[in-house]
Design a protein around this ligand. Structure first.
Ligand code: SF4
Length: 449
């Protein structure tokens, strides 16, 4: 076994990848590795990759190139590629970067220790076969000491025609409610205040668990899970992501309204405002159904924050169909909208369709959408002005050390003057004095002891 001492993990992409990286860091520390802030001081380099769009994928190759060169001078260096590009490319990554020691798909994150044993015995390893994800026993090395991600379901059974996720993260695998609750109990004991329950399609939670029937009548659901974990001691806030309009229920909204710890924020990607495009994307709902969901949320929880994801420039998207997306954004008024230009992905149906749009058309539409998104977000932010908001203090403002930052229950970033040593992890009342499209400034209201 090679005695490597220090590791560095670079994470690309979504919250699921961030959560996987935290678990893999925990496994490495369990093996005796220490974290190296600077990758060039590390003996083991791990890239946890994203392949949701081409530019995300290309990023890792430039990083890898540098480390592969370094490995030619320092043969003891261990090079690992994990995540969605590793799953998508598998063996071919070894041909492209022969210096690699380990290529491992997202389903294998919890097996990092075993796989490295094989590497340290001199093997070059590719782990991308579909497996049943085992519960992780090691303690994740979490980036925050205030908020934590908790996976509830891995993979996705949907078949959105632009998406690589089902191909790289596999079929749905829900964790048991007991496993999720015990992880949250431990986090509560460690002083964590906020939990985000994670799933690519979190509304599918439970449908693969034993006892669930195909008609869904006897099924553990996300709503049941929220009731089951709501009373975990020490946890003050519960969030969840990512929702799917196809399976989103009124029962879930009513549970969120009823359960005090569940924050008033929903992340529900709509992707397009045009029904023809939604059909071509195989999303399984119409823009009318989407708007009914938003209307129901606002009827039951009028002040709830709503964020989403949208794609412009999908193959065949006409100017009129794009304008339907603008109309939906205008009508809904999102607190935040993650936008992206369509990027053809390997192995996805839409990538081989004839009617791909020119890059300049995609760029133009993205710009127009982003402009509207900022205008609407500023309108949404304005409602906070003069209000006193409960803010969970997470960190110091990296741009102004006299300030701290945190988020409202509606997931809006707030900056205000304060001492991070005193306030970190505290839920404090903050009077909002300024608003911007995506963040707020406020004043800490001192609580009489
Ligand atoms: S729901 Fe669709 S977009 Fe989301 S991860 Fe699954 S396949 Fe991808």
């Amino acid at each position: 076994m090679r005695s490597a001492s220090r590791y560095h993990i670079t994470t690309f992409g979504c919250q699921m990848n961030k959560a996987d990286s935290e678990r893999m860091a925990g496994i490495l520390e369990e093996m005796g590795f220490q974290f190296a802030e600077n990758p060039n001081d590390a003996d083991l380099i791990l890239y946890n990759t994203c392949s949701i769009r081409d530019n995300a994928e290309q990023k890792v190759y430039s990083y890898l190139g540098r480390q592969a060169k370094r490995k030619q001078e320092q043969p003891h260096l261990t090079l690992v590629v994990a995540g969605c590009v590793a799953q998508q490319e598998g063996e071919s990554l070894l041909r492209r970067v022969p210096e690699l020691d380990l290529v491992m798909g997202p389903q294998h994150a919890n097996r990092l220790g075993d796989l490295l044993e094989q590497v340290f015995n001199g093997e070059q390893v590719v782990a991308s076969e579909p497996i049943q994800i085992v519960e992780d026993i090691t303690k994740p090395r979490r980036d925050s000491s205030v908020t934590a991600w908790v996976n509830v379901i891995y993979g996705c059974n949907e078949r959105c025609t632009y998406c690589v996720v089902p191909g790289v993260r596999g079929t749905e695998q829900s964790r048991t409610p007991a496993a999720i609750r015990s992880e949250m109990v431990e986090l509560g004991q460690q002083g964590y205040k906020e939990i985000t329950l994670l799933g690519q399609n979190i509304d599918a939670y439970g449908r693969d668990l034993p006892g669930s029937t195909a008609d869904g009548r006897h099924q553990q659901t996300l709503t049941d899970l929220l009731y089951y974990v709501h009373d975990v001691p020490g946890i003050e806030r519960i969030r969840f992501a990512t929702s799917h309009p196809r399976y989103f229920t009124e029962r879930l909204i009513r549970a969120c309204a009823e359960l005090p710890k569940v924050c008033e924020h929903f992340h529900i990607p709509f992707q397009s405002g045009d029904n023809e495009i939604l059909k071509a994307m195989a999303r399984g709902y119409t823009q009318q159904k989407y708007c009914r969901i938003i209307a129901k949320i606002r009827e039951i929880m009028p002040d709830a924050s709503i964020s989403a994801d949208a794609i412009v420039g999908f193959p065949g998207e006409t100017e009129v169909q794009f304008e339907n997306t603008l109309k939906l954004v205008e009508e809904v008024g999102f607190d935040l909208l993650n936008t992206a230009a369509y990027s053809p992905r390997p192995g996805t149906p839409a990538a081989v369709w004839q009617d791909q749009l020119p890059e300049e058309v995609k760029r133009d539409r993205l710009q127009r959408l982003n402009h509207l998104v900022s205008v609407k977000a500023a309108e949404r932010s304005q409602r906070y002005l003069g209000r006193t908001e409960e803010v969970l203090v997470e960190d110091q403002n990296s741009k102004d050390s006299s300030q701290v930052m945190g988020r409202t229950r509606g997931n809006r970033l707030v900056f205000f003057t304060g001492n991070i040593t005193q306030l970190k992890g505290q839920l404090v009342p903050v009077k909002i004095t300024e608003f911007r499209a995506f963040s707020l400034t406020g004043q800490l209201l001192l609580v009489a002891c």
